[in-house]
Design a protein around this ligand. Structure first.
Ligand SMILES: *[C@@H]1O[C@H](CO)[C@@H](O)[C@H](O)[C@H]1NC(C)=O
Ligand SMILES: *[C@@H]1O[C@H](CO)[C@@H](O)[C@H](O)[C@H]1NC(C)=O
Ligand SMILES: *[C@@H]1O[C@H](CO)[C@@H](O)[C@H](O)[C@H]1NC(C)=O
Ligand SMILES: *[C@@H]1O[C@H](CO)[C@@H](O)[C@H](O)[C@H]1NC(C)=O
Length: 392
């Protein structure tokens, strides 16, 4: 808008000029100087107030506008608020602190579930013989779980209700992280659902997670209605639309990142207030956007951009495919473990497919360590086939 005024100001200046006919005619060099100074004033103004609205752009034609803003040096950075400044400095400090050393590093397996875990027996088989290298935490949001494996006894943390799409989902994730962070030996934090199963034996998963310094947080840019379409301008100035990202909630996280998630209040509060189902006609799902957006803003190089938990969206329905007992074969599981390219599809008409190789410390490796969603009835078959499919 400001450019508009500047432009109109420029126009009225020009209209004044022909009025100078009554004065003695200016000599040619004088005209050139006047024109040049006008051009300078205009360019300076355009630099300070870069054209933002399309109405300002039509003066140049939309293409010209692009060229002009590309050619101008970048506009000065926004001045941060006190809260933003504090938040950024704390996050940066945590990221620059070398990770705490542990003589017996453990992976924290954190389960988000409404109640009892249908695959506890399978997880029991998975954990057997690896005592001291893992810990287990269960957040049961509805019913108190009945445990069948001794690895899960006393693993229930104080929990609260979880409402789909709302911030209570993130609250549950933060509750799990806070509990798991209490054990200084926990170095990697894995979020799992009640319908998740392991795809490999324990050692393979342990080494995959422990010997890399990135977190597997799913993150991609979706310009469509189920991506940027859920963004709200209320998130400004801290979160701009260009920063908004999407991704599945099932993460694994290194300790520093877990600490940062708990330290964050600023970005969290934006999602709590302005990302929920039915807000201003948008169905924003907090758990699909908070972590991807947050990490994309504060440590983009620190996340893998894919989740190590596989889910099959190929049917393109509102919910992913749920596997029944008949679906479960060594072939299906081997099929999943053979995938080494991560695929994301945007939700606009273009349905653009984004593919990138799953790089683990620079090497292309299988993307997935866990898979969902398995119906409880698949349990016996998974137990029977586990030794067969889980060998790398
Ligand atoms: C991870 O480690 C590699 C080398 O070991 C280093 O180049 C890279 O910057 C590290 N990344 C992060 C996010 O710490
Ligand atoms: C994840 O994506 C961001 C950009 O969106 C990129 O900067 C970063 O390097 C990616 N992470 C890895 C590990 O490649
Ligand atoms: C294995 O994957 C291929 C494509 O990658 C698919 O066509 C096939 O149906 C899959 N097989 C099973 C058993 O899921
Ligand atoms: C396990 O895998 C082997 C081949 O590696 C195969 O011969 C055998 O039939 C499989 N067992 C089951 C129960 O699928």
């Amino acid at each position: 808008m400001k450019t508009d005024q500047v432009w109109r100001l420029g126009m009225s200046d020009m209209q004044i000029l022909p009025g100078s006919r009554h004065r003695p005619p200016l000599k040619r060099p004088m005209w050139i100087i006047v024109l040049l100074s006008l051009l300078c004033v205009f360019l300076i103004c355009a630099y300070i107030y870069p054209p933002q609205s399309s109405s300002a752009c039509y003066v140049f034609s939309s293409r010209g506008c692009h060229v002009l803003s590309d050619w101008l040096p970048p506009a000065p950075a926004r001045v941060y608020t006190d809260e933003e400044m504090a938040s950024r400095v704390v996050i940066k400090d945590i990221l620059n602190t070398s990770p705490t050393h542990s003589n017996s590093p453990k992976v924290a397996f954190m389960f988000l579930s409404p109640g009892s875990l249908p695959f506890e027996k399978l997880w029991d088989k998975f954990f057997q013989g690896h005592e001291g290298k893992f810990s287990v935490y269960v957040h049961a949001s509805k019913d108190k779980p009945v445990h069948v494996s001794h690895y899960f006894v006393d693993s229930d943390i104080r929990s609260d209700e979880v409402v789909w799409g709302k911030i209570s989902m993130i609250d549950a994730e933060r509750r799990l992280l806070a509990n798991a962070l209490q054990d200084p030996d926990n170095q990697q934090f894995v979020l799992l659902s009640d319908s998740c199963v392991p795809l490999y034996k324990f050692d393979y998963i342990y080494n995959y997670l422990m010997f890399t310094n990135i977190s597997f947080v799913d993150c991609f840019k979706d310009p469509g209605p189920h991506g940027n379409g859920r963004y709200s301008d209320h998130m400004l100035p801290e979160i701009e639309k260009k920063d908004f990202r999407k991704g599945a909630q099932w993460f694994t996280m290194k300790r520093q990142h877990a600490v940062i998630v708990l330290a964050d209040n600023l970005y969290y509060s934006k999602f709590r207030d302005y990302c929920k189902p039915g807000l201003e006609g948008r169905n924003c799902i907090a758990d699909e956007h908070y972590m991807p957006t947050f990490f994309n803003m504060i440590d983009p190089g620190g996340i893998a951009n894919w989740s190590v938990t596989h889910v099959d969206w190929s049917e393109r329905k509102w919910h992913p495919k749920s596997y029944k007992a008949l679906d479960v074969t060594v072939k299906l599981l081997k099929n999943i473990t053979s995938i080494d390219v991560s695929v994301h599809v945007t939700s606009d008409e273009k349905k653009e497919v984004q593919r990138w190789p799953c790089l683990w410390n620079g090497l292309q490796r299988p993307c997935y360590l866990f898979a969902r969603k398995f119906n409880p009835e698949t349990m016996d078959k998974l137990m029977f086939l586990f030794n067969n499919y889980s060998a790398p």
